[in-house]
Design a protein around this ligand. Structure first.
Ligand SMILES: C[S@@+](CC[C@H](N)C(=O)[O-])C[C@H]1O[C@@H](n2cnc3c(N)ncnc32)[C@H](O)[C@@H]1O
Length: 365
């Protein structure tokens, strides 16, 4: 899909009074500050959050999968569905939210409050994967949230690297059902196959064996592409990896309400969020979500462009917002300087006792 930002927002729906009283419009010294015209209000009421439960045998969700693989350094290969398939097969797909038809009509990557861009993998996701590879972040036993996940590659990496559980959230239920879940399945299937083969062959885990796994993966992936199933599969319904995952769609404010209700009190050790700060109107609820859901000592990895033209948000405005609220410190892990600038930053609580909700209990289930 070669769509671009295309915010054709009626003048009456454009906010002109700053963003929810946080004074972002006062950032006049900021070259990249959003003008009122940039600030984009959702065109429709926010989508109510819901959890998506998987069918007991979800294998059929991969029936027509056409996948691609990204391999970064020593990270395990990550598979995801080819985005052009959505465009080509839109008429045959279930599209209750009408996002496939509307993005095609409007040739836009984003329609605020309708479609928030999750049907493709955005480039800052790759930046963050590279930083994780360089920094050697470990995930063993951690509770992870991929917030605004799209395909969910960041969460999938955590899953492959031994996270305790991973929650995937995207605004659109169509994205969760047609991209995130199949992409997780694609990756789980491979890992479960590799593990079951290792069990059968009595091999332990290690680098050489990982290499073996990669070679096999390519063959298997080809099998998916050709429509001929790979020779051996364990039922995805029994996948150990899959049992660690939960999937949610909906607006951040209702997602927060929903997740806070699903006690015990959820807290995530790591929250990934890539290309989610393009719209300043969402900053208050995004910040609140991070504040309430991050565990003390936890980290928010945020990957973003410096500025989102036509939408108005960007890193400097978000950093100003974070600074005003005083909850998190922001450290830059990587600042790209070619073309449109991109960044990876990490947020952590200034004071661990400053977490959003009551006494600290266990991380999420
Ligand atoms: C541009 S996409 C990025 C997708 C993915 N993280 C990537 O890097 O490929 C932005 C994502 O942010 C999420 N998002 C944006 N605004 C949101 C909101 N108000 N509530 C919930 N999710 C939102 C959507 O799920 C959407 O998929």
């Amino acid at each position: 899909m070669s769509f671009c930002f295309n915010f054709d927002v009626p003048a009456s729906s454009v906010k002109s009074d700053g963003v929810h009283g946080h004074g972002l419009q006062d950032e006049k010294k900021d070259k990249a500050a959003a003008s009122p015209q940039d600030n984009t209000e959702p065109a429709e009421p926010a989508k109510e959050a819901k959890e998506h439960l998987l069918p007991s045998d979800p294998q059929f969700l991969l029936a027509d999968a056409v996948s691609e693989t990204v391999t970064i350094g020593t990270l395990p290969p990550l598979h995801f569905l080819n985005e052009t398939v959505f465009e080509k097969t839109a008429p045959e797909r279930e599209d209750d939210e009408r996002i496939l038809s509307r993005t095609a009509e409007q040739r836009s990557d984003l329609i605020p409050g309708v479609y928030e861009g999750g049907l493709k993998v955005w480039e800052c996701t790759y930046d963050l994967l590279e930083i994780i590879e360089k920094d050697g972040e470990t995930f063993g036993g951690k509770a992870v949230l991929d917030l605004g996940c799209g395909a969910g590659l960041l969460g999938i990496l955590a899953l492959k690297r031994g996270a305790r559980h991973i929650h995937f959230q995207d605004y659109n239920s169509t994205v969760i059902e047609q991209l995130t879940v199949p992409t997780v399945l694609l990756n789980c299937q491979e890992d479960d196959d590799i593990e079951s083969e290792d069990d059968t062959e009595g091999r332990g885990k290690g680098k050489a064996q990982e290499k073996d796994g990669c070679e096999k993966t390519l063959k298997e992936k080809q099998g998916v592409k050709d429509g001929s199933p790979p020779p051996k599969k364990i039922a995805l319904g029994q996948s150990q990896h899959l049992s660690k995952c939960r999937f949610f769609s909906g607006d951040w404010s209702t997602f927060l309400d929903l997740i806070l209700k699903t006690g015990p009190q959820p807290k995530y050790d790591i929250i990934f969020t890539s290309e989610t700060i393009y719209n300043t109107a969402y900053y208050p609820v995004l910040h609140e979500t991070l504040h309430k859901l991050l565990a003390p000592g936890g980290l928010v990895y945020l990957a973003t462009k410096s500025h989102y033209f036509g939408v108005g948000g960007g890193l400097h405005l978000f950093e100003s917002f974070v600074e005003q609220t005083g909850t998190f410190s922001v450290d830059h892990l990587w600042d790209g300087d070619e073309g449109l600038q991109r960044h990876v930053v990490v947020l952590r609580f200034k004071k661990p006792e400053d977490t959003g909700v009551g006494p600290i209990r266990d991380s999420c289930q």
